[in-house]
Design a protein around this ligand. Structure first.
Ligand code: FES
Length: 318
């Protein structure tokens, strides 16, 4: 794990649906866990060579636990499958301290939270934070069916009519219609979305088309296809003094690692932000889902696990 790690115990494990396990993590040594803000995630050391990020889904109270909801993803590269199969109550595991790349803007006049499938997890922490602060918000939870939905009783009791459930197999009138919801967005509206890539793209595109500024559209992808196609280019790692060629099909991170340059990576899919580094020269070809439009436009940083180059050469501060 590239970040400071702490030992925790799985204090509670509950299978909320056949595919979603909820884990509550308590400190292993009896000390208190540090607090976190809504939107934060932790790295979980799943095995010697697998680290995965999961959003924290509870309202943290002093002396409390960290709660995760983990989908047994059929496309898992080993992380969620291993957790479902092997992580048991009482086990001690290593996690990172919480980091927040998906913070809430508490100055919003109104906030709409969209959670698709397991993407509901950061939205739950956000809804608790907004409720506690007395803010105006609504929470939309979209699932294939009620049998696939976790946390429903808790959400209904905590958030009442601010919660809307949308099931793909349900009646037409309960289906999510973001274009209608977001048309003529009111002043000070902020939108947050997390879920499968297609769901997120749908909400983000709809919000943009409705005229919502991208600074008011917040998102966190948790997996993505990596496209490493395109012409070869050169990278000079300025801090290391190493030059590498990056051929088609190879990431900058892997080309640098093969040349002995230490590169911190985690998701390797352009969604977590661990590998973001400063660009000193050249033009990145951004392929990540972490930086926002303005940051990509600026071009002074890039995700080296997936992004490539539009220029023949990049100089990176690494
Ligand atoms: S390692 Fe996660 S964005 Fe690059």
């Amino acid at each position: 794990m590239d970040h400071e790690s702490v030992k925790v115990v799985i204090a509670r494990r509950e299978l909320q649906t056949p595919e979603i396990v909820v884990l509550e993590l308590a400190p292993a040594d009896g000390a208190k866990l540090p607090p976190f803000e809504a939107g934060a995630h932790i790295d979980v050391q799943v095995s010697d060579d697998i680290v995965r990020q999961y959003s924290l889904s509870n309202a943290f109270e002093d002396g409390g636990v960290y709660r995760l909801g983990i989908l047994n993803d059929p496309n898992s590269r080993g992380g969620s499958r291993t957790i479902h199969a092997q992580f048991a109550e009482g086990d001690e595991i290593s996690i990172s301290l919480p980091r927040n790349h998906f913070p809430l803007d508490m100055s919003a006049a109104h906030t709409i939270l969209f959670g698709g499938g397991i993407g509901i997890t950061p939205m739950i922490a956000m809804a608790y934070a907004l409720k506690k602060a007395g803010k105006s918000f609504e929470l939309h939870y979209c699932c294939r069916s009620s049998a696939n939905a976790a946390f429903v009783d808790e959400l209904a009791s905590q958030f009442g009519d601010r919660l809307s459930l949308h099931f793909d197999d349900g009646a037409d009138e309960q289906k999510l219609a973001p274009a209608a919801m977001l048309q003529s967005p009111r002043e000070g509206l902020h939108v947050y979305v997390c879920g499968p890539t297609g769901f997120m793209d749908w909400i983000i595109d709809t919000a943009k088309q409705a005229g919502l500024p991208s600074a008011q559209i917040h998102f966190e992808y948790f997996s993505a296809e990596v496209d490493t196609s395109g012409a070869a280019f050169e990278v000079f790692a300025a801090a290391s003094g190493v030059t590498v060629q990056v051929p088609e099909g190879v990431s900058i991170a892997n080309a640098l690692k093969a040349a002995g340059v230490k590169v911190d990576v985690s998701c390797e899919e352009g969604v977590c932000g661990t590998c973001i580094c400063d660009v000193l020269e050249g033009t990145p070809d951004h392929r990540d889902h972490f930086l926002n439009d303005e940051e990509k436009e600026c071009g002074d940083q890039m995700a080296v696990c997936c992004s490539r180059a539009k220029s023949a050469r990049l100089v990176l501060d690494i």
